[in-house]
Structures are given as C-alpha cells and as structure tokens.
Design a binder for this molecule. Structure first.
Ligand code: F3S
Length: 398
C-alpha cells in the first residue's frame, strides 16, 4: 500500500506508540480490503461505548489506549452509553455499570472525544457531500452516505476508534466512487402512497434492508417529507441489512451528481403490501407496554412536535419515554417534556441501556431498528407508526 511520508513516520512510531498501533491496524485493514492508499478523514464517530454491551474487556481496552497516550487526530464524537449522565437515578442503574460507564467516558475524554453520546451526529456535525469520514453506528453511516453524500464505510467501533487516532481510513469500500453505484432497484411504487398515509417508514426500512442485504440498493417510489422520516427508514434498513448506503430517489446526492445511469442493468425488486404487513406482524408484541420513542435519537424538531402534540391532546395515560441527545435539549425542553407527561432521557437509548431495570419487558415503538434489537434481546415489542404510538400512550389500543 502506498503511504505518504507523514503516514510512514506515524507508522514507525515518531508520533508515539498509540498512533503507531492505530496506523498499523488501519493499514492492515486496508490491505485486507485491497486499498491502494489511505484517505484523510474529516471526523470520526465511535459506537459500542455502552458498558452494558462492551463490559470489563471493552473498558480495559479503551483505558489502556488512553493510558498509553492515544489522542484523536480529528474531531470525534460518541454514540449513546448505558444511562443518562444527569438522570441515571431514574434508571435504576447498578453500581458496576455506573462506574464502568463513567470510566469509559473519562477515557474517551482524555483521548479528546466530544462527549456527545448520541447516534445522530449527522444532525450536529459539520459534514457535506464528498467528505471522507470514519463512522461506526449503522444509522449514522447510512444517513451520512445516503442523505448527505459523505463517504464512510460501516465500520465497527474499534476500527473507527483506530481511524480517529490515525486520522485516516483505508480508501476502499464506500470511500470509492465505483462502489457507490446501485446493485439493485427496490421499487415501492405500488405501496408508496400507503406507506406515507400510514406513516410506516420503519416497516418500509425493515423490508428494504432485508432485500438489500449488504449490497447498495436504489430505492424508488417512496416520498419522504423530511429528515425525520428518512432517519427512521434508514435506521430500520440498517438493522435488517448490512449495507452502508441506500440511494434514495430524489434525495441522495450521489444520484444527482451521477455520471452513470442508475438503473441500467440493475435488477428490480418490487415491494408488495404483504412484505410490509409481514414486518408489522413480526413485531406485534402483546398490545401492552411502555411507549419508547427516539431510535435514532429524536431530533429537536421531532421533540418539539411530540411535546406540542401532547399539549394539544392531553397527558399520556401510559408511560411514554423519549430518548434524545444532550445537544437537542436544554433545561427548558426537559421541563416541557415532563410537564407534558413524558419521561425524557439523553445520552442513552432503549437498546443500549438496561431497559428492563426501569421500564419492564413490554414495549410499543415507532422504530423498526428498536423493534428489531429489543425483540432480539427477548423483549415483547409492538411496532406502530408514530401517530399510533402516541395515541396508544394516551390510552388508545395498540
Ligand atoms: Fe441510536 Fe440506540 Fe437506536 S444508538 S439508532 S437509539 S439503537
């Protein structure tokens, strides 16, 4: 692999042992991927930081790196952790998780990360078309690639961490133009209007992910009225599929700037209503449970909409828990959510916190990604549209 003089120096340890290790890992991964060289990255986002998921081993690995002097070379943000740093008392967090998570965050802080603890860095980071990034967290990767047109592979947490230290990623996979072309066309034309009317973008995303698998699809026939619907759709697609890029007709900048015909020679798969029904039936839960919204983390506008909806329709009769990022809320928003009858948590989410400790085992959600992962953790989950989930919280039937 071709390396610049600066990269050679880092690899040889002139910028410290930790950076040399990071370079070694990134170069090795690049060789496996067949990369001819590395590409400088603009920023990094690291997932897999919840103590609930990575435990003592993960903590030891991160503390060792920080202790050896590892420092991030580019602005670096973090995915949600195991609890709300300011509201953990409401989450029945056990002592071990409390101290383990705080140590993980402290180690990341020492390495220079911004303690964002959110899975929606694309709402706050300065990224634009053509930027190279090193992001882990599938929904963020999908949004950055598909909606912004930035370039990142769907990296695992540890690789993104090493790339953040190295300031480089292998120039391979979705960093390369030729790998960003669609390999199949997923056509929602016959069901698109019904998806919009019923607000079931999550079910559509789950179906799209199952069809796409790890390949790059072109999605046609779905009308999105904003980024909030897109993020539900893409997050769900990333849960059932391994792809890091979904080209969405009318949305994805890669399609706008393409010099190729996106549908030429591409196999078409039509989505039928039965496929969406299947997704909804897969997550049909018990018809009871706590309503959990905010996977991916609610944006400031979603939060505002939910709070004003509650103000208009009345306080929920069932528990309604909202997850968002610390960047989206100040004290005023927290108070407003509480006054409207919702519980609000930042820094964490329903999947990476110990949900059973503070909210039981039965849930209603509008998130296909949350439904997918909560079901895999043994919870009973019902997937509804956002409107239906909110009406259910008010006392309606699920
Ligand atoms: Fe974010 Fe947690 Fe969902 S990290 S995308 S809210 S599983």
């Amino acid at each position: 692999m071709y390396l610049t003089r600066e990269e050679e120096r880092a690899l040889d340890g002139f910028e410290g042992e930790a950076k040399a290790l990071a370079m070694k890992v990134v170069v090795r991964v690049g060789e496996v991927l067949g990369a001819e060289k590395l590409v400088p990255i603009k920023n990094a986002h690291i997932s897999g930081i919840s103590y609930k998921n990575i435990g003592e081993e993960g903590l030891a690995f991160i503390e060792k790196l920080a202790g050896e002097g590892a420092r991030f070379s580019v602005p670096t943000t973090l995915n949600p952790g195991a609890f709300d740093l300011a509201g953990w008392q409401r989450m029945n967090v056990d002592e071990k998780i409390l101290s383990g998570q705080l140590r993980i965050i402290d180690a990341f802080r020492r390495m220079g990360a911004a303690i964002t603890l959110s899975c929606t860095p694309y709402l706050y980071a300065n990224i634009s078309y053509g930027d190279h990034l090193a992001w882990s967290e599938s929904n963020a990767v999908l949004y950055a690639n598909s909606v912004v047109g930035a370039r990142t592979n769907r990296d695992g947490g540890p690789l993104a961490l090493f790339e953040a230290i190295a300031g480089r990623a292998p120039l391979a996979g979705l960093h390369l133009e030729e790998n960003r072309r669609p390999m199949l066309l997923i056509d929602f034309s016959s069901v698109g209007e019904k998806v919009v009317e019923k607000g079931i973008f999550s079910a559509a995303g789950l179906a799209a992910g199952r069809i796409a698998g790890a390949s790059v699809p072109l999605v046609k026939g779905l009308r999105f009225s904003g980024s909030d619907e897109l993020k539900l759709f893409l997050a769900a697609a990333g849960a059932t599929g391994g792809t890091g890029l979904v080209l969405v007709d009318g949305i994805s900048p890669d399609l706008r700037f393409a010099k190729w015909n996106p549908v030429e020679g591409v196999e078409r798969v039509g989505v039928e209503w039965s496929a969406l029904q299947e997704e909804l039936e897969r997550y049909s839960g018990s018809g009871e449970g706590v309503v959990v919204l905010g996977c991916p983390h609610l944006s400031p506008s979603e939060l505002k909409d939910i709070i004003s909806w509650l103000r208009r329709h009345g306080r929920p009769k069932r528990r309604l828990i909202l997850f968002t990022s610390r960047a989206a809320v100040g004290e005023a928003e927290k108070r407003a959510a509480e006054e409207a009858g919702a519980e609000l948590f930042t820094d964490t989410c329903m999947v990476v916190s110990e949900l059973s400790k503070y909210a039981g085992r039965e849930f209603v959600t509008d998130s296909g990604k949350a439904a997918f992962y909560l079901a895999s953790q043994g919870y009973l989950v019902k997937l509804l549209s956002r409107g239906e989930a909110l009406r259910y919280a008010l006392g309606g039937s699920a």
